[in-house]
Design a protein around this ligand. Structure first.
Ligand SMILES: NC(=O)c1ccc[n+]([C@@H]2O[C@H](COP(=O)([O-])OP(=O)(O)OC[C@H]3O[C@@H](n4cnc5c(N)ncnc54)[C@H](OP(=O)(O)O)[C@@H]3O)[C@@H](O)[C@H]2O)c1
Length: 358
């Protein structure tokens, strides 16, 4: 790989038509604690097409999840990365003109990425972005449990993951098992073997709610204290609350919670997280919408984001956290087609990963 850094690069940029296109833009300048990463793989999340359609303003860069090689260093790095290190993680795409993973180069905070451990393929490492940190935010930070590197939940504790075949769901299954939980995943029958291969003890079909609820209550002996709903819409909160039974304490979702959902079972705290708070910067979540949604900076969340990335390599190599199944696509020009596929709900049980460079 050439070490020469050009002044401009190809990147996926928001256009005037609520969509994205490849454009020539400046290679981003580095600020304190940042490294320049030559992107080799970028992985796709639903947030990418949602930003393009509803949230991003024209001219901003797109894309969050990446893996690549450090090619230059900014000042005062919190994590002592070197030129040539292979790193992966996520950035805050869809909102800034000089941050995005669907690009030949990206500026990345040295402590918001991880050095890819030996034995992990770079395309798989690229999946440890938005979905991975979201699973950690819900199961560990929000539900106040230790990372598997620090401790385990009491033996025999059941945990329910609704939407277990999703990208967040598969990371959550893997993480919950590493935390010591016995896991029930809720998914389509065509994903049962996939979800089991990530460690789930039981998998139930979401297409028959009554049967799934009866089976979950029977398997768990009356319900669970904690659960995660990775779908968080179309009745999934109501479904997951029923699966939790009378023992429920906290249900985590990852999309906004309708007020009526909070009233279904007042004993259960229904709460949600937003992974972008892990970057520790205030931002407007909906700059292209009629009404702004200002998300304040959270120092707590920023510290937790750094903690996730400091621990990720060990969680992969020593605690068995598995990457999402990779569906490898072509380069930057293929990304809009992938957005459309995910928008049409045609992506199931796999992560679309783009090969940006050799
Ligand atoms: N708050 C945050 O920070 C945050 C972070 C990450 C993601 N999210 C949001 O969380 C959601 C999931 O993201 P993701 O990347 O994990 O999605 P994803 O991988 O694209 O999810 C697709 C999977 O969801 C399953 N699914 C769809 N509808 C379902 C339902 N009603 N019940 C059960 N399973 C269902 C599909 O299974 P089938 O094969 O059965 O269709 C498919 O396997 C998205 O809305 C995303 O925007 C939020």
């Amino acid at each position: 790989m050439s070490n020469e850094i050009p002044r401009t690069m190809r990147a996926l940029v928001q256009n005037e038509d609520h969509w994205v296109q490849v454009k020539e833009v400046s290679v981003p300048a580095l600020q304190k604690n940042e490294v320049l990463v030559k992107i080799e793989y970028a992985a796709q999340n639903p947030t990418d097409w949602k930003h393009a359609c509803f949230m991003s303003e024209p001219g901003v860069q797109s894309g969050n999840d990446f893996a690549g090689t450090v090619v230059s260093l900014g000042d005062n790095l919190s994590t002592p990365l070197k030129v040539g290190d292979k790193v992966a993680g996520c950035t805050h795409g869809g909102i800034w003109k000089d941050r995005g993973a669907y690009a030949e180069y990206a500026r990345i905070e040295s402590d918001m990425c991880f050095k890819v451990p030996e034995g992990t393929k770079l395309d798989e490492a690229a999946t440890f972005g938005v979905a991975w940190v979201t699973a950690c935010q819900a199961l560990i930070d929000s539900q106040k449990k230790p990372f598997p590197t620090e401790g385990k939940v009491p033996e025999g504790t059941w945990y329910i993951i609704y939407g277990a075949s999703s990208s967040v769901g598969l990371f959550a299954v893997s993480l919950a098992k590493a935390m010591g939980y016995r896991v029930i995943g809720i998914a389509s029958p065509h994903s049962f073997s996939l979800v089991k291969s990530y460690g789930a003890d039981e998998v139930l079909d979401y297409h028959d709610k009554d049967k799934a609820v009866a089976e979950a209550l029977q398997i768990t002996g009356g319900g669970v204290e904690y659960a995660l709903d990775t779908i968080s819409e179309k009745g999934s909160y109501e479904f997951t609350l029923a699966l939790m039974g009378d023992k429920g304490k906290q249900l985590n979702g990852i999309l906004p919670i309708p007020e009526e959902v909070k009233k279904i079972n007042p004993k259960i705290n229904v709460t949600s997280t937003l992974m972008y708070t892990l970057f520790g910067r205030e931002f407007n979540f909906t700059p292209a919408a009629p009404k702004d949604t200002i998300i304040p900076a959270s120092e707590h969340d920023h510290q937790f984001g750094k903690e996730i990335f400091a621990k990720t390599a060990d969680l992969i190599t020593k605690h068995g956290i598995k990457a999402n199944p990779v569906s490898l696509k072509g380069g930057l020009d293929d990304v809009p087609t992938g957005f459309q596929e995910q928008k049409e709900l045609k992506v199931s049980g796999k992560k679309l990963v783009y090969k940006i460079a050799d």
